[in-house]
Design a protein around this ligand. Structure first.
Ligand code: GCB
Length: 603
């Protein structure tokens, strides 16, 4: 799916700004045939939740509406006019002048609709009904319940089956773009690198809406110099003396695609892309044939006021903080991030593990993982949940959206599912097969393994290319006892190495809640000292294993969660506060990561 841009054949209009908004109390029918009786204003893009001091609004579970007017210049009405949402969280019904023009379920993916048949000259009205409900069929997974008040009102409730606040609304840009009636619909780029000769064959395939006499593809380097061209919907262009995209050393080419009819260029689209190879081999993660070491984070899209809404200043700052620490990567925990962030990572050379919103696939979700000590721990997740359909849909959409990004080096199919329970293999096998069949770049695939899915309990790790582990020895278990935690960490890594000697291992989460400014001469849990000692302990063990290929800690910054006795204004495992002030351990990690090279750390 192409990102909306303006070119000589396309226009782009932002519909961001302050919209009308109302909560749907479901006491009266709201009919989008007339302007909705909105009583509030909300900025777009952003979550609605933190833009108000009204607790009922902030914590609302159910339906809500956004509305605004927009005009389309008459000259554009002969073009194809497309309305595009970067996302609407989690389910949306879109009306233009009262008529339904689009519907989409899944809160983290773009969707669009051609508007021509709905548009009127002059002003048009755009109304959106959104639901933030989650249940056992959705991703993420929520525990849904409802009750009636004494006066008969329906109260819906979603108990998040995951550890982040269920922010909702129009989180990403809303835009109108135009294309000619015959247009370039999609572009797929799959470079094949010949590392020995320093060249590449760039395979480009173009889908069009309507038919062109000819499709032309030109590859342009960063200096604006043409380095190759070809014609056809399926082409392969060879690039000599290729400039590779490398972690922290990004280099982006542009594929300029032209659709031609009667000798005239009708539509033009320009797609930036990087040339690099990714491969898992002999317990190593190879980028451009060299063993890469992941240094970085699990993150969230989470900032003050914007909530989960796009915050480009924070995205730029976060990457700047990462680079300053010598980090090179992050995982889009626990859902696909904005297209703007993905493009920024391509540009900045940040390596990304791209995760679906499959989080909470665990019937027994809570913070008590002491059950881990019992070897026989299991549950009935795969009988209780019904998420396969949503999971397949989001994998199709995610690969379609992110397939061309050089920054994306691996797909994470889920975070912390019940991989210790019977049925896990049967659930995941078709999803891995699907992802592998969809990805034109054949990236490695993984899921992120929860602590209870120990080497003995795990039912499905043969499916993954990389063992990506979330481990909390020294926090949720052996809290305050880093000595025992160290032994447990070492013992488990040894067991995994024996079980799958050919698979590289990395940590995709490890962390300790830390209250900024809380110090302890005894290194007590929650203190900045404890957080630092916790990371030092883990680093020591990581360095003992040659097949251990990366450390992504939990979490980049403190973030908002649902209420609970384990959370004080959210999760405090950030090494930065929510406003990005560093905690003490940042200095330690900066020293460590700055001395670990991107390539060849483990020999
Ligand atoms: C996890 C989850 C993450 C939580 C984290 C924690 O394993 O993947 O979503 O926030 O633990 O801090 O408990």
């Amino acid at each position: 799916m192409l990102y909306p841009i303006a070119t000589e054949s396309r226009t782009l209009t932002d519909l961001n700004g302050v919209w009308k908004f109302m909560i749907d109390r479901e006491t009266e029918t709201v009919d989008p045939a007339s302007p909705i009786p909105a009583d509030r204003r909300m900025a777009v893009p952003a979550s609605f939740n933190d833009q108000t001091v009204d607790r009922d609004v902030r914590e609302h579970s159910g339906y809500f509406w956004y509305e605004r007017e927009f005009s389309v210049a008459k000259a554009l009405l002969n073009e194809r006019v497309v309305l595009r949402f970067g996302s609407a969280t989690h389910e949306a019904w879109v009306y233009v002048n009262g008529k339904q023009a689009a519907y989409h379920k899944g809160g983290f993916m773009p969707f669009e609709a051609e508007l021509n048949e709905y548009l009127e000259p002059g002003k048009n009205r755009l109304t959106i009904r959104i639901s933030n409900l989650l249940d056992h069929t959705t991703l993420p997974v929520g525990n849904y319940s409802e009750k009636k008040t004494d006066d008969g009102r329906l109260i819906r409730n979603v108990d998040e089956n995951f550890d982040f606040f269920n922010y909702a609304g129009l989180h990403r840009p809303v835009r109108l773009y135009t294309t000619p009636k015959t247009y370039i619909q999609d572009i797929t780029i799959a470079p094949e690198v010949d590392l020995q000769n320093g060249s590449a064959d760039v395979n480009v395939s173009v889908e069009s809406g309507g038919s062109f006499d000819e499709i032309r593809v030109t590859l342009i380097d960063e200096d604006g110099v043409e380095v190759g061209e070809a014609a056809g919907a399926e082409t392969s262009i060879s690039v000599k003396q290729v400039h590779l995209w490398e972690p922290l050393q990004a280099y982006l080419y542009t594929a300029r695609v032209e659709g031609v009819n009667d000798g005239e260029v009708v539509d033009v689209y320009e797609e930036p892309f990087g040339i690099r190879s990714v491969e898992v081999k002999d317990a190593q993660f190879l980028i451009n044939g060299k063993p890469f070491y992941f240094k970085g984070f699990g993150k969230h899209e989470d900032t003050y006021v914007n909530g989960r809404g796009l915050n480009e200043a924070y995205n730029v700052l976060d990457i700047s903080l990462m680079k300053d620490m010598g980090a090179n990567s992050f995982r889009t925990s626990h859902y696909p991030y904005s297209e703007e962030m993905m493009r920024l990572c391509d540009r900045e050379g940040i390596v990304v593990i791209d995760e679906t919103p499959a989080v909470g696939l665990m019937a027994s979700f809570n913070f008590d993982i002491s059950a881990l000590e019992r070897g026989d721990f299991t549950d009935d997740t795969w009988e209780v949940l019904d998420t396969s359909e949503a999971h397949e849909q989001v994998l199709r959409e995610l690969v379609a959206r992110d397939k061309n990004h050089a920054s994306v080096v691996m797909w994470s199919i889920a975070n912390e599912a019940a991989n210790y329970a019977d049925g896990a293999y049967e659930y995941f096998k078709p999803l891995f097969d699907l992802t592998r069949s969809l990805d034109p770049q054949n990236r490695p695939c993984t899921y992120v393994n929860i602590m209870m899915a120990t080497p003995k309990a795990d039912r499905s790790s043969e499916l993954v290319d990389v063992l990506a582990l979330n481990r909390y020895y020294g926090w949720y278990v052996q809290n305050g006892d880093l000595k025992t935690a160290e032994e447990k960490t070492r013992a488990e890594l040894k067991e995994w190495s024996e079980k799958h000697p050919e698979k590289p291992i990395m940590y995709t989460e490890y962390g300790a809640d830390t209250v900024a400014g809380f110090h302890s001469p005894y290194g007590e849990p929650f203190s900045e000292e404890y957080q630092q000692e916790y990371y030092q302990m883990n680093s020591r063990v990581f360095d003992e294993f040659p097949n251990f290929v990366g450390e992504q800690l939990w979490n980049f910054a403190d973030f908002q969660t649902k209420f609970g006795i384990m959370r004080a204004q959210g999760n405090k495992k950030g090494i930065f506060t929510r406003s990005r002030e560093p905690k003490m351990t940042v200095q330690y990690l900066k020293q460590r990561w700055s001395s670990i090279p991107e390539f060849g750390y483990k020999k």
